[in-house]
Design a protein around this ligand. Sequence first.
Ligand SMILES: [Zn+2]
Ligand SMILES: [Zn+2]
Length: 259
Amino acid sequence: MQLRVLGSFGGDSPYCRMTSFLIDGCVAVDAGAITRALSIPEQRAIRHVVITHTHMDHTTSLPFLIENTFGSSEEAVTFYSTARVLAAVRRHLFNNDTWPDFTRIPTQLFPAVRFVQVEPEHPFIIPLPQGVDLEVTAVPVNHLVPTCGLLLRQGSSSVLFTSDTGPTDRIWSVANLTNDLVACITECSFPDRLQRVADISLHLTPQRLADELTKLTRQVPVYLYHLKPPYVDEIRRELAARRFTHHVEELEQDRTYPF
Ligand SMILES: [Zn+2]
Ligand SMILES: [Zn+2]
């Protein structure tokens, strides 16, 4: 799969876009910065969005994506997530208050957006127009709001994206059970001196990241996202100084990774 990094940060600044990835040009994973990173034709190619949780750094561009793609296809853009996340997206974003309810526009029968509810640990298929279909499995992680990481499989290679999480176990077990795992993407949000903030907000520091990676028994590269913009330099220094059990590198915004 071709995974393009549209935004790889846990906050917003002129150089840091919020979390969103694009797979094979047509599936978005989270939506923190889709409309800031892509041209209008590129946005119109997106037919599917998988949402890991409701935090704004993962959902902010959803309303603008739907506005920008409106009328460009007879088919609705499909949002995939768990029941609680979809309910919150409807309640807080597409509520006819913050933004129009595009699940009923232009008509209830042919809306611009449709929601597909997924169940944790039940794989589902996203059909891709060109190439091999994408199989996605949502795995709950440990964050302030209901959040699922994702196992993304295409053909015979899988990439694990933990989404935002504090220390957690199940998703690392899933990674260890995945024979065709080629890479993991996980978070590192705060420097070590803000461990307390990381604990309260259920995020990782370089120290906790090192602890988490001891749970990953597969020797695959680990890519980091979600550095908080005010601490980027400090976190990078700490990451460079620390030894990990795995190859660890920061995910590069705007780069496309062939996994
Ligand atoms: Zn986040
Ligand atoms: Zn979050």
